[in-house]
Design a protein around this ligand. Structure first.
Ligand SMILES: C[S@@+](CC[C@H](N)C(=O)[O-])C[C@H]1O[C@@H](n2cnc3c(N)ncnc32)[C@H](O)[C@@H]1O
Length: 283
């Protein structure tokens, strides 16, 4: 499926090289129970923005009475090691995962009868027909693109007219989180993990979406105090060195949940999740 390397941009080839080096770390990232609980909470919020599993159709008659559920065609874009693919399968019964890095795709454990199709492809040129998917999940991958509007337009193309894009991205609205990111980037361990790390302000993200013909339907902010300590324990190795890390992390997550409800304060989070659709009036 992947076009020749010659067809990929320099930036995309750098992404492939980078993720070849870090794929094993993604698998280890939630190896700590407190980090796994953190990821589970984030993923549950992300999935709360995705459409519900369709209700079974009207019952048929007599002996053939098995109500068929309408199919929801789901795509996990920049799926990496598949952290959200299983959630899509759980809800919709099947899913397609796309990533440009073979090493990241190899990190997804797929059984022989798996309803998951993995496709190695560039998000900027998806090998799918228009309107093919009802739900597209893109978790923490957009900020790895050099042409975000191009990629978002491509998502808009493969999305069914009333389909939903569920987007999760680092947020950059808070001066403290900006300072913390600056500090982390200067650490020697950072070079091994990311050559780029961008994050968008609320306004920047909305402008990118608008340019691609998309608009925000719902927004959920996530991650305040727990985020820097739980998201990547190898990068910020504080909790993994402490006793009772699980209890401390659970308490911090509870505080975060409260902060996420307070107007104005909530927009200072580390992470944002959006349900996005085609801009009204756009075919
Ligand atoms: C930060 S990881 C996120 C992975 C996964 N969604 C998650 O949340 O764990 C970003 C992913 O985007 C993929 N990626 C980067 N550039 C890409 C491109 N042009 N097309 C498809 N995938 C790409 C990387 O290989 C990597 O797996």
């Amino acid at each position: 499926m992947l076009p020749s390397m010659a067809g990929l941009s320099e930036h995309t080839r750098e992404q492939i090289a980078l993720h070849r080096q870090v794929a094993h770390m993604y698998r280890r990232r939630s190896a700590y129970p407190f980090a796994e609980a953190f990821q589970d909470e984030r993923n549950a919020i992300l999935m709360s923005l995705a459409p519900a599993r369709p209700a079974p159709g009207p019952a048929g008659t007599a002996a053939t009475d098995v109500p068929a559920a309408a199919t929801v065609r789901a795509l996990d874009l920049g799926c990496g090691t598949g952290i959200t693919i299983d959630l899509l399968v759980e809800r919709y019964g099947e899913a397609v995962g796309v990533d440009v890095s073979q090493e990241m795709l190899d990190g997804y454990q797929r059984g022989p009868d798996s309803p998951v199709e993995l496709v190695r492809a560039d998000m900027a040129a998806l090998p799918f027909l228009e309107g093919r998917f009802d739900v597209v999940v893109c978790r923490s991958a957009l900020h790895h693109m050099d042409d975000e509007v191009g990629v978002l337009s491509e998502i808009c193309r493969v999305l069914a007219p009333d389909g939903s894009l569920i987007l999760g991205e680092p947020a950059n609205d808070n001066v403290l989180t900006r300072a913390a990111r600056w500090w982390v980037r200067r650490r020697p361990s950072f070079g091994k993990l990311h050559t780029i790390d961008r994050a968008y302000t609320r306004r920047q993200l909305r402008e990118l979406l608008e340019q691609a013909g998309l608009e925000v339907r719902r927004e959920q902010r996530f991650g305040f105090i727990a985020y820097p300590l739980c998201d990547n324990p190898d990068l910020v190795p504080v909790l993994k060195l402490l006793p009772f890390a699980g209890g401390i992390a659970a308490a911090l997550r509870a505080v975060d949940r409260l902060l996420a409800r307070i107007p104005v304060v909530k927009n200072q989070s580390w992470y944002t999740m959006l349900e996005v659709g085609r801009r009204t009036g756009r075919p």
